[in-house]
Design a protein around this ligand. Sequence first.
Ligand code: ZN
Length: 117
Amino acid sequence: MSRPLKANVIPASAIREAYLDLDTTLRVSAERLGCGNDSIVTRARAMGLPSRGVLLTERARARAEKPCKRCCEVKPATAEHFNAELRNRDGLDVYCKPCSRWYSRASMARRRMEVGL
Ligand SMILES: [Zn+2]
């Protein structure tokens, strides 16, 4: 079994670039660099970079988009892509419509199993 490379042999510039590339998931970047995605995060945070969640949210806000909390896909922050959720500041659900549909179906099935129906 080949163990993933330690990220500390990878140049800091490559780590920074991979971490800040918000169009690519860390998993894909990690595969490309040949290290674990956790080690990219550890090194990037040690360089003082903010969390990817914060960066994604900032970028999304600037573009009037938001990332779904489940699939992490960035979608336009509109009622077409997110259900209404008046408790949230932007009035939209944190999960995109396909994810929230999947989630409510899964939790309904789980509840049914629990009651033994
Ligand atoms: Zn989603």
